[in-house]
Design a protein around this ligand. Structure first.
Ligand code: ZN
Length: 285
């Protein structure tokens, strides 16, 4: 299934994108795609409803805004430097254990919403990433059982402000958490739709120019490893998002460095997870 949320920011309704591209409203069977939904076998109930009813359900018109396919989660954890080519372009060593940081959940936005360059920013950058959505509370799970704790996968642009991230003291959270810094979607694909997370092409363009051209085959720490690893340090709750890291080709790694400016258009995609597009705008009150 492809879970989608539509409607105005902060007031989205749940839906499903069908194989023929139509989006149907599921708000008669589901409140929202949130912790309660994932934690109470909501996907199973939704699948049962969809098998019987989706083809005849009310279709949503194409002019609706598409929101993040999951409601604001209890946390978003990102893996840093998880591709050796990206670690090299930033001048960092290949990590021996996953580098992790958190991203404020208030950064979440829709896949076609604007990216707002924050106040005082000169180094807003892009990062195409495969993100995992947790399906069941995960604490001390092994790699071999990690998949049992996954609901699905979603396309994520881990937008980053490099000066906030690196030059302002402490760890990376400051550079990852501005409003609109987590465009998510267009849909969450349930895990059955992505049987192999170790071979997914991923790409990102700015103004049509290819910047990132990677594949999850080159992840240093793959999906089961990351879920298992994180569950040793915190309980992962249903609906939580883990973003697995970006390949080479970010603006910080270029010579000269290149950052987003108002008017730029960022597009990105991953095999099986669709594509998204964000216009870049300046902050205004
Ligand atoms: Zn990232």
């Amino acid at each position: 299934m492809k879970l989608i949320r539509f409607g105005e920011l902060g007031n989205e309704s749940p839906g499903l994108q069908l194989d023929d591209g139509r989006v149907v409203d599921t708000s008669s069977v589901v409140n929202d795609y949130n912790e309660e939904f994932f934690g109470s076998d909501g996907l199973k109930k939704l699948q049962e409803w969809a098998s019987a009813n989706a083809n005849d359900a009310e279709t949503i018109s194409a002019d609706h805004r598409i929101g993040s396919p999951i409601a604001r989660p209890s946390k978003m954890i990102c893996i840093g430097l998880n591709f050796s080519d990206h670690a090299a372009e930033t001048g960092a060593e290949t990590p021996k254990e996953p580098v992790i940081f958190s991203k404020a959940t208030s950064a979440l936005s829709g896949p076609f919403d604007n990216i707002i360059i924050p106040k005082g920013s000169e180094q807003t950058d892009w990062e195409v990433e495969l993100a995992i959505v947790i399906g069941n509370r995960a604490s001390y799970v092994s790699e071999s059982e990690a998949e049992d704790y996954i609901a699905g996968y979603v396309l994520h642009n881990d937008v980053s402000e490099r000066s906030f991230q690196k030059d302002r003291g402490g760890q990376w959270t400051k550079g990852k958490s501005s409003d609109t810094f987590a465009p998510m979607g267009p849909f969450m694909a349930t895990k059955d739709e992505i049987p192999n997370t170790d071979n997914l092409a991923m790409w990102l363009t700015v103004n049509g120019e290819k910047m990132q051209d990677g594949n999850t085959a080159n992840l240093i720490f793959n999906v089961p490893h990351v879920v298992s690893y994180l569950s040793n340090f915190m309980s992962l709750l249903p609906g939580d998002v883990i973003s697995t890291g970006t390949p080479a080709g970010v603006g910080m790694g270029m010579n000269p460095e290149r950052y987003l400016k108002p008017g730029d258009v960022v597009e990105l995609g991953i095999d099986g997870l669709g594509s998204s597009r964000q216009n870049v705008v300046a902050y205004s009150n």
